[in-house]
Design a protein around this ligand. Structure first.
Ligand code: SF4
Length: 253
């Protein structure tokens, strides 16, 4: 007797017709956060709901001057398959602006049994997508960015998302105190045990185009010493590996 093949025609149709604005797809080694050092295929969407005017945005080609092409979910999956790395890092811009097609894309990645890491700016809670990911990493924008992430979104991700991570980019003392206060507030709301499932990462801000490795390392050392002086035992201090190796302006690394 012939085996019955389960086939969801509606889902297949919508997957084939769904498109996202893709800026680039490339293989690289993760350069920041808990996943630092892991090889992955980067899928970078274009378009962002923030501008971060206080910093030079490190990917202006996805925010202030969004570039890219509308590519079907199927074509993105094919391209990732050609590259061959079974770990996909979805980033932007802000990938959750493409919520519907992104869900189909994540379902496609899951069907291939690839690991999915998602990076978002902490303004959109997309439960249906988070549930498909292996790791959800949010930026919590610090005061020097002149943008603001949504603390409710961060709170829910810390509590519910798979392998949550919250990253703070630190330029100065004010940013540091903000990160500390945010952690303490989450601690008050959710409790210290609940917070253990989340990585809280501090990374020094890089000045795109004007930083060299020495100034980055100096800032990293300041950050590390501040964590020790202030006894902020809950933070993890990490550099941006790709910036140290290639500078902040190089793309595709
Ligand atoms: S959230 Fe990220 S991509 Fe968007 S403007 Fe800020 S730094 Fe750029």
């Amino acid at each position: 007797m012939e085996a019955k093949i389960e086939f969801d025609l509606e889902s297949e149709r919508s997957r084939a017709s769904a498109h996202l604005m893709i800026n680039e797809i490339y293989p690289a080694v993760c350069g920041e956060g808990r996943e630092i050092g892991l090889p992955a295929t980067f899928v970078r969407t274009s378009g962002c709901n923030m501008r971060c005017p206080g910093w030079p945005c490190d990917t202006p080609y996805t925010s202030v001057r969004p570039e890219g092409a509308r590519i079907s979910v199927e074509a993105v999956i094919r391209r990732v398959e050609e590259i061959g790395c079974p770990r996909v890092f979805v980033t932007g811009g802000e990938p959750l602006l493409w919520r519907k097609p992104l869900r189909l894309l994540a379902e496609g990645f899951r069907a291939k049994r690839w690991e999915i890491l998602l990076q978002s700016n902490g303004t959109i809670y997309a439960e249906e997508i988070f549930a498909l990911c292996d790791q959800v990493s949010l930026d919590c924008k610090t005061p020097s960015s002149l943008e603001r992430s949504d603390l409710d979104v961060i709170r829910r991700v810390v509590r519910e998302a798979p392998q949550p991570q919250v990253k703070f980019v630190i330029r100065d003392e004010t940013d540091y105190r903000f990160a500390e206060e945010t952690y303490l507030r989450l601690n008050e709301d959710l409790g210290a045990v609940a917070l253990r499932r989340c990585a809280f990462v501090l990374q020094p801000m890089d000045a795109v185009g004007s930083d060299d490795a020495t100034s980055l390392l100096n800032r990293l050392r300041w950050l590390q010493e501040t964590v020790q002086e202030r006894e902020s035992w809950f933070f993890r201090v990490l550099p941006q590996l790709h910036v140290l190796l290639y500078g902040a302006e190089r793309r595709g690394v």
